[in-house]
Design a protein. Structure first.
Length: 80
């Protein structure tokens, strides 16, 4: 449903504007990330506090880019 809503928004607003979409907890998935990668928008996902705890603990400040690795386990959940 989120993918459809984004596509509808782009049809209405157009893709020549700067757009940021904020997703609440529960929306983050590899499927939607791969979909968003090809969209002309920026995005932010809210996550549960214990998700990616190791990566968060390795951050040196509160505002930095963190590269997340996609593991075999994650792709298996997505593609079966």
């Amino acid at each position: 449903m989120a993918k459809k809503n984004i596509e509808n928004m782009l049809r209405i607003v157009g893709n020549d504007k700067k757009i940021i979409t904020i997703f609440d907890r529960g929306y983050a998935s590899l499927d939607i990330l791969f979909h968003l990668k090809h969209m002309p928008i920026l995005y932010l996902f809210r996550l549960q506090s214990d998700i990616y705890a190791q990566e968060k603990n390795s951050m040196k400040n509160d505002d930095e880019i963190v590269n997340l690795k996609i593991t075999k386990r994650q792709t298996k959940k997505l593609y079966g």
